[in-house]
Design a protein around this ligand. Sequence first.
Ligand SMILES: C[S@@+](CC[C@H](N)C(=O)[O-])C[C@H]1O[C@@H](n2cnc3c(N)ncnc32)[C@H](O)[C@@H]1O
Length: 181
Amino acid sequence: MLADLIEQHRPWQDTWELEEFLTWCQARVRPGGTIVEIGTHRGGLTRCLRDALAPATLVSVDVDPLEPSDGWHQVIGRSQDANVAAQVQSLVGDGRPVDLLFIDGGHSYPEAIEDHRVYAALVRSGGIVALHDIGAHPGDSPIGCHVSIVWNELERAERCVTWRAPGGPGIGAYLMPDMPC
Ligand SMILES: C[S@@+](CC[C@H](N)C(=O)[O-])C[C@H]1O[C@@H](n2cnc3c(N)ncnc32)[C@H](O)[C@@H]1O
């Protein structure tokens, strides 16, 4: 049961939003796939992704280390840095092998837009690109939560799905369109 997983691993997520999102992903991400998360924090979502979607390769990036990383590859550093992106690429392999990208790291506009630019480029055609905190957070602006601005730009460009509980932070996702050969 996804609700049990979420209760057990305590991700920094709204329970309803995450349950709905993971259910949607289970129908689209093949077991044995490749997942990249930006923003590990305490590994709550990382463990939910590991257990709900059974990826063969799970990479999570954060500026702060988490010990131990439990069944995933941990990359430490600013996700926007070229050496960090290179470590992620070497772990997932060449080309666009990623089935699911979950962006939940730095929440300022420059960080979130750069995370999307760098890591969405690793997602295969038909793969999932998801962002957390897509809802406007009026009280959060002073601390720089501007993911909603990034999300609004993406919504104009892509066919998006959103999950937002009343007053919740919101998860948004889109399926990567076909790539030119
Ligand atoms: C909201 S928490 C992630 C929560 C986690 N995804 C979950 O659901 O349990 C955001 C994390 O992003 C990390 N972070 C912030 N800025 C970052 C950056 N520029 N590069 C990498 N990680 C960053 C923080 O250290 C923090 O652990």
